[in-house]
Design a protein around this ligand. Sequence first.
Ligand SMILES: [Mg+2]
Length: 285
Amino acid sequence: MEYQNQYQDAPETKYECLLFDVDDTLYSQSSGLSKQCTKNIEEYMIEKLGMEESSASELNMVLYRNYGTSMAGLKAIGYEFDNDDYHSYVHGRLPYENLKPDPVLRNLLLSMPIRKVIFSNADKVHVAKVLKKLGLEDCFEGIVNFESLNPENTSNSDDGHEPKDLLCRSGSNTEIVAGDSQLLKTPILCKPFEDAFEQAFNIANINPQKTLFFDDSTRNIETGKNMGLHTVLVGKSHRTNGADYALESIHNIREALPELFCTDHKRSKSIKYSEKVAIETSVRA
Ligand SMILES: [Mg+2]
């Protein structure tokens, strides 16, 4: 089959773009950033949105699970707040000092002669800070972040309703009320929803069939796969639904995908993986 049009170079190259999540993908979860971020979000819910301490943690978990980010969930259930204020509160006190320059990853990234793009739900200040701390700020051609996914800066709410509480207390228990079991609409565009992927593809001019997507979130990987991307689950030793590869660490990328480092595609086919490295891959002909 002839391959025409904008993908002019190297018709034999399987991938023409590498798409990377940032948090817990380009650095290890053990940095403690995610954990602190969760704490900060819960504190924001209590301090700024007036929620009860007893319910903030569980509600945060439910919203995160259902909406991809806590912010998207909070907006969906009707809370109104300034996006920048939220981001500076939850990211402003993260232990960024735990992130150290990663020359190994930098070298790996620069050794792959394929365009690289960031796709993160986080805001641009946070993404820039993380990349700078890791010493990777010049390794990517473009960045898709919260602001690019939500350019109109979402003044929330069509109707100005009071926030709806997804938790109802019976006795000392909190119980999730699913309501009509349909998710409320959120004005925030973010992974893992398909429209966020579509937007990212448009913004960064990405052909998903020729793109390899790296993310630590199993549900992002699942949607990514449904959207036509090739997928690498990072931070896990086993593949989950929709993951073509699993890497315990992004540092294992060369062992799992040697063809990314090789401009001669035919030659790369003969390279075998090392069994010793903690990776899992699907069999590829
Ligand atoms: Mg992540």
